[in-house]
Write a protein that binds this ligand. Structure first.
Ligand SMILES: Cc1ncc(COP(=O)(O)O)c(C=O)c1O
Length: 401
């Protein structure tokens, strides 16, 4: 029997598969899938419990409860410099995952092309295929994960319908600069394309990097879809509450897709999310400090090994180049390497090949995540000491800022 020709083009997520591999290796540390191993803030949990007790237990309004849409509008104005109307520009979804899928379904026609930066967050490829578009890839190159402006300009053409941006970026930790976003914005205006921007790591920034939403740049408000969720900022990946901010016209279509895809996100958890968005500056300072410390523990541990970590500017992942180590252990590709590390070192990671359209481009890279409590990262540090390099020194200095 013939099944979908579209789903036949991609596999299940390798990231989430590596979590299952970690579970099969008792005692191993899961630095593969990006979810925190520490409790979510008490006050937010309390707000959701209280909503259940108040009997907010039936369908919310399809595009989101009024309280959450208002909280999103206030936060978007304050943090992202985006003006939105809760009745016209916001769609609350089941995580940013659904926001991305609903956005693509809402804007794509057969034959359209979508530009994607690679290495990419694994979902974008299948999202693109499921929406019926053809993905076109633009390379981010280490060590700073910059891209070539001319190469990007060459990719844009009359079929380009959208470009997906993810800043701060998973897996590279890149934070797109104003100059880069202005250049992308110019191309979007020139080619009448939409910037679909996934900003779920917007509060996780290091070394004085700042977050900029492309929707706040001139002429971009009506041609951007700004996607976000509570998953990473409030350590609530399992609640599945996200949203998309877009023009009235685009929102009308996104809401229709969302309505028929999922009807709505969990009603009491939307109340908890509205409370989360009202937290003050102190919370975001704590979050940034917590992750700076976590990044430094893992980065400094990796510096002492035969693996070469690229220091991230944002988000909570470290891309690591492993050519020497792989040669030493006769490992052919990053999948073999990831299995070697989980079996012999006790740490689950994600093979770099899962972040590239041509897997061979990620052959010598693996991704570690560090959204874990200090105890977990210290344990990872002791596991990594099993592969310390004999002589120290040719890598960059330890960081402690
Ligand atoms: C870049 C990026 N976008 C989206 C998601 C999924 O987010 P959500 O939990 O809001 O669906 C992740 C999760 O790791 C991610 O890294």
């Amino acid at each position: 029997m013939d099944l979908s020709k579209i789903t036949g083009q991609f596999t299940e997520s390798i990231i989430r598969d590596m979590t299952r591999v970690a579970l099969r290796h008792p005692g191993s540390i899961n630095l593969a899938q990006g979810f925190p191993d520490f409790p979510a803030p008490e006050s937010i949990k309390h707000a959701a419990i209280e909503a259940i007790q108040r009997d907010i237990n039936q369908y919310a309004i399809t595009w989101g409860s009024a309280s959450l849409r208002e909280a999103i509008v206030a936060k978007a104005r304050h943090y992202n410099h985006i003006e939105a109307d809760p009745d016209k520009n916001i769609t609350v979804t089941c995580g940013s995952t659904e926001a991305m899928m609903a956005s693509l379904k809402a804007v794509i026609n057969p034959g359209d092309e979508i530009v994607i930066f690679e290495p990419f967050y694994e979902n974008y490829g299948p999202d693109c295929l499921l929406s019926g578009a053809t993905p076109r890839y633009i390379r981010l190159r280490p060590p700073d994960w910059s891209f070539d402006f001319d190469e990007l300009e060459e990719l844009f053409n009359s079929k380009t319908k959208a470009i997906i941006i993810n800043t701060p970026n998973n897996p590279t930790g890149k934070v797109f600069s104003k100059e880069e976003l202005l250049f992308i914005a110019r191309l979007c205006v020139e080619y009448d394309a939409i910037a679909i921007t996934d900003e779920i790591y917007e509060h996780i920034l290091y070394d004085n990097h700042t977050h900029l939403s492309i929707a706040s740049l001139p002429e971009m408000a009506d041609r951007s879809i700004t996607i976000n969720s509570i998953s990473k900022t409030y350590s609530l990946t399992g609640w599945r509450v996200g949203w998309a901010i877009a023009s009235d016209k685009i929102t009308g279509e996104v809401r229709k897709v969302h309505d028929f895809l999922t009807v709505g996100a969990a009603a009491p958890l939307q109340e908890g999310a509205a409370f989360a968005l009202s937290l003050g500056e102190e919370y975001y300072r704590w979050l940034a400090d917590f992750y700076r410390n976590a990044r430094n523990i893992l980065y400094n541990s990796l510096l002492k090994t035969d693996l070469y970590p690229y220091k991230p500017a944002g988000a909570y992942y470290i891309m690591t180049e492993c050519t020497d180590f792989m040669q030493k252990h006769q490992l052919q590709n990053s999948v073999e390497l990831a299995f070697f590390l989980v079996k012999n070192i006790g740490i689950a990671t994600v093979p770099g090949s899962s972040f590239y359209s041509d897997p061979s481009n990620g052959k010598f890279i693996i991704r570690f995540c560090f959204c874990k409590k200090p105890e977990t990262l210290q344990k990872a540090q002791s596991y990594l000491s099993k592969i310390s390099k004999a002589t120290h020194g040719h890598h960059t200095q330890n960081i402690d800022n």
